[in-house]
Ligand binder design. Structure first.
Ligand SMILES: Nc1ncnc2c1ncn2[C@@H]1O[C@H](COP(=O)(O)OP(=O)(O)O)[C@@H](O)[C@H]1O
Ligand SMILES: [Mg+2]
Length: 486
């Protein structure tokens, strides 16, 4: 006897339809899973067997073959447990096979038959809806996430519940759709940062224009503090963007069940020990890396120089293209990576450079090695480079600074102006830009980036034109050569 359930395998962020066929034959009892199933998927045998027993169903004591089709597609992970169990139960006629029509299924089984959530449910639900299916059987925790795709989730806490539902003995359990007020972790406020007017201004520009920002200066001056406060002044994501970000975090298994829809720009701050694969994505799967997890949000590289050079150079292509393509022998996956880079660094290995009150004790060799870590190509991609000096004593003793909420309002107003056609540059602005290309000198990319920053400055000022003073301010944030400590 044969029965079939539908589920999905992930290729990058894409869900591909997989048919789970269970075939019962007379013969020596046995259980085989075929169809390019990975190790976690093979282990489904044990979970499915215990799960079926715990649901007080009968294990068919015959020769059982489960095929995951198409056989050429790699199947990874434990999400195949539920569809395999349901296919086995349908093949042995313990649930009516016709009840599975219109349904897809995804979920991991515990040995006691409970259902555990897995990553990638949103992508799977979207795949199912596109294929014309109407229902998705999934863990109760995943139901709000599946509901975002416009499919009707059937939340299942235990395999027995799925069996009762398919037999028509139980109505589909209730689930609570996502509302706008999902839990969000609070972000630290800019009011805590004393002084640092120039760095604060650069942070505001970075937020308004999505520019890459590098904060450089002696230790303990508030660089990390400032960088961590950027998400707090960024506008919320639009509906489409929120779904896109949620899909990525779901595939990576990072979505929390109490926050099924991510509506704020993501903020990622990987440790400097991160490998190139962790940064840009990789593995046999392949899986999204930090640049993709930061898509439509912020990637903070705190202490930039401590990162492995290969990991940093790996960022150049995603920074430029907004996508990473990871090629594998089995096929390639394309991940989006339109993120904003924020980095902090000291200006020399001992940290004293740039601090008038301290004397740098670095040898020329150490300084040269330090400078070599950062390629000109990477530094060229920072639109805003700001030196963060030591705050003065009276600044540190002063009252709270302007709060994030006030800055966020200005950022939002500037973003609205970006929807209009770009404002023209005045002749004075044009001339200044042309002169800077020769004087600084600016690369072609550098010129385009200065022009973009000048546009952001004009938008924040509410100006209809990009004036010479806007270009002048934008040029003042470009000094990557100073940071190369040779
Ligand atoms: N400008 C500042 N305003 C208020 N507190 C500051 C400032 N700079 C540093 N601090 C204090 O010093 C600590 C370290 O700051 P941090 O941002 O980590 O420095 P770094 O520049 O080395 O990254 C902060 O947690 C904060 O308590
Ligand atoms: Mg720091």
């Amino acid at each position: 006897m044969l029965a079939r359930t539908i589920t999905h395998a992930l290729v990058g962020l894409d869900a591909r339809r997989v048919e789970v066929e269970a075939h019962l034959q007379r013969g020596v009892p046995g259980f085989a899973i075929v169809g390019l199933a990975d190790r976690a998927c093979q282990e489904a045998k044990h979970r499915v067997r215990s799960g079926i027993a715990s649901a007080e169903c009968r294990w068919p004591g015959v020769r059982l073959t489960v095929n995951l089709a198409p056989a050429a597609l790699r199947k990874e992970g434990s999400g195949f447990d539920l569809p395999i169990a349901l296919a086995v139960l349908a093949a042995s006629r313990q649930v009516p096979p016709e009840a599975l029509a219109g349904h897809a299924a995804v979920g991991e089984l515990a040995l006691d038959g409970r259902l555990r959530p897995v990553g990638g449910v949103l992508a799977a639900a979207e795949g199912a809806r596109r294929a014309g299916l109407t229902h998705l059987l999934c863990a109760a925790e995943s139901a709000p996430e599946a509901g975002l795709a416009g499919i009707e989730p059937v939340p299942v806490r235990h395999l027995a519940e799925a069996v009762a539902y398919l037999r028509g003995e139980l109505a589909a359990p209730e689930w609570i759709p996502v509302n706008g007020s999902a839990f969000e972790p609070p972000c630290a406020d800019l009011a805590d940062v004393r002084g640092q007017e120039r760095a604060r201004r650069a942070l505001e520009l970075a937020a308004a224009g999505g520019h890459n920002l590098l904060l450089a200066g002696p230790p303990g001056t508030g660089k990390t503090m400032l960088a961590r406060r950027l998400p707090g002044i960024l506008p919320r994501l639009g509906a489409e963007e929120a779904l896109e970000v949620t899909r990525i975090h779901s595939v990576a298994g990072l979505l929390r069940s109490d926050c099924p829809l991510l509506s704020r720009p993501p903020f990622r701050a990987p440790h400097h020990g991160a490998s190139t694969a962790a940064m840009v994505g990789g593995g046999p799967g392949p899986r999204p890396g930090e640049v993709t997890l930061a898509h439509r949000g912020v990637l903070l590289l705190d202490e930039l120089v401590e990162f492995a050079r290969a990991a940093l150079e790996g960022l150049r292509q995603p920074l430029e293209d907004g996508v990473v393509c990871i090629a594998r022998a089995q096929g390639s996956a394309i991940f989006p990576s339109a993120f904003q880079l924020v980095a902090t660094m000291n200006m020399c290995p001992c940290g004293a450079r740039g601090d008038p009150a301290a004397e740098c004790s670095c040898s020329p060799q150490r300084l040269a090695a330090f400078g070599d870590k950062l390629s000109r190509a990477l530094l060229d991609r920072f639109d805003l480079v700001v030196k963060v000096p030591r705050p003065r004593a009276e600044e540190l003793a002063g009252g709270p600074s302007e709060p994030s909420a006030a800055v966020a309002r200005r950022v939002l107003a500037a973003r609205k102006r970006f929807r209009k056609p770009p404002p023209p540059r005045t002749p004075g602005a044009e001339e200044l830009l042309t002169r800077a290309v020769e004087r600084l000198p600016l690369s072609g990319r550098g010129r385009a980036r200065v022009a973009r920053v000048a546009r952001t400055i004009a938008a924040l000022a509410g100006s209809e034109q990009v004036e010479a003073e806007h270009v002048a301010e934008a040029l003042a944030y470009r000094s990557p050569t100073e940071l190369r400590a040779q």
